[in-house]
Design a protein around this ligand. Structure first.
Ligand SMILES: [Zn+2]
Ligand SMILES: [Zn+2]
Length: 268
C-alpha cells in the first residue's frame, strides 16, 4: 500500500485537519460568546464597555510600549522626537531613505516589548486565536486615529510558507487583517490569497541581515494584478523589515501604486 510522504516533523494529516476544524469552531464560538458575556481587556482582564472599539482597555492602550513615541512614517522605527519630526529624507535610523524602498508608509501599534509582545507570542505560538481580534482592533484604532488616514483599497496579509501554514493551522496576519476589517465595518476587503510565498524560508530571526535579504529573493508571488491598488500590508512584527519589504516589492511589481505596512509591533 502506498503511503503519502510527509516532511519530517509534520503532524499527520488527520491531526492537521482536526486543528483546522477546531480553529474554525473557535472563531465562531468567540463571536457567540460576545453576546453572552462582556469582553475583557486582552492585557489586564478588566471588563470592557459594551461595543468597545478596541479589545484593550483605555488604561492599557495608553500604556502600550512605545505608543507615545514618534515613529518614522516610512519604516515605523521610533524616533527621538515626539511627535515624530522624521521625514523620509531625514530618517537616518534605518535605510528607509534609501532607494528602492517599496513601502510608502508604515504604521505600528506599539514596540515589540512587554507586556504587549506576549499577546503576539500567545497568538502565534500559543495558538490563542482569539487574540487576533484585539490585535486587529488595535490596528484599526491606530489607523483611524491618524489625522488624515490615506485611502486603502484592500488589506493583504503577509503570507506564511506552505509548510508553516500547515503546521500552525492559521496565518496570524490574515486573522488580524480580518479583525481589522470587521472593526472598520467590513469596508476593506481582505485579499487572503493574493500574495503567497513560493516556498518556506528559514526563520528570519535566526539569520543575519544579508542572509535575510538573500533568503527572501523571489520568495513572494502575487496571483492576479493589483493595478492602481492602495494596499494595506498586514504583519504581526517588523524587525529588520526584510520580509515586509520583499512582500511590498512583490505587490508593487504586480501594479500596486501604494503600499502601507500595518504592523502590530515594531522592534528597534
Ligand atoms: Zn487593560
Ligand atoms: Zn525611517
Amino acid at each position: 500500500m502506498s503511503r503519502t510522504l510527509r516532511a519530517p516533523g509534520l503532524p499527520p494529516p488527520r491531526r492537521i485537519l482536526m486543528r483546522q476544524v477546531s480553529l474554525r469552531a473557535r472563531r465562531h464560538l468567540g463571536r457567540w460568546l460576545d453576546h453572552l458575556a462582556p469582553r475583557a481587556c486582552a492585557l489586564c482582564g478588566t471588563a470592557l464597555a459594551a461595543g468597545a472599539l478596541s479589545g484593550v482597555c483605555t488604561g492599557c492602550l495608553l500604556d502600550l510600549p512605545g505608543a507615545a513615541r514618534g515613529r518614522c512614517p516610512r519604516c515605523a522605527l521610533p524616533t527621538a522626537e515626539s511627535p515624530c519630526l522624521c521625514t523620509a529624507d531625514s530618517c537616518t535610523a534605518n535605510s528607509c531613505a534609501a532607494d528602492p524602498w517599496p513601502l510608502d508608509a508604515a504604521l505600528a501599534v506599539a514596540d515589540y516589548a512587554p507586556p504587549f509582545d506576549r499577546l503576539i507570542h500567545a497568538l502565534k505560538f500559543g495558538r490563542q486565536l482569539a487574540l487576533a481580534r484585539p490585535l486587529g482592533e488595535l490596528l484599526a484604532t491606530a489607523w483611524l486615529g491618524q489625522t488624515d488616514p490615506p485611502v486603502l483599497d484592500c488589506l493583504i496579509p503577509v503570507p506564511l510558507g506552505p509548510e508553516r501554514l500547515r503546521t500552525r493551522g492559521f496565518n496570524q496576519s490574515l486573522e488580524m487583517a480580518r479583525a481589522m476589517s470587521r472593526c472598520m465595518g467590513d469596508r476593506l476587503p481582505v485579499l487572503a490569497h493574493s500574495l503567497a510565498r513560493r516556498r518556506d524560508t528559514p526563520e528570519q530571526s535566526r539569520l543575519g541581515l544579508a542572509q535575510r535579504r538573500a533568503n527572501l529573493t523571489d520568495a513572494f508571488i502575487v496571483h492576479g494584478r493589483l493595478e492602481g491598488c492602495r494596499v494595506g500590508l498586514v504583519d504581526d512584527v517588523m524587525t529588520s523589515g526584510s520580509t515586509v519589504i520583499a512582500a511590498a516589492q512583490a505587490l508593487k511589481d504586480a501594479g500596486a501604486v501604494r503600499v502601507t505596512a500595518l504592523l502590530a509591533a515594531r522592534t528597534d
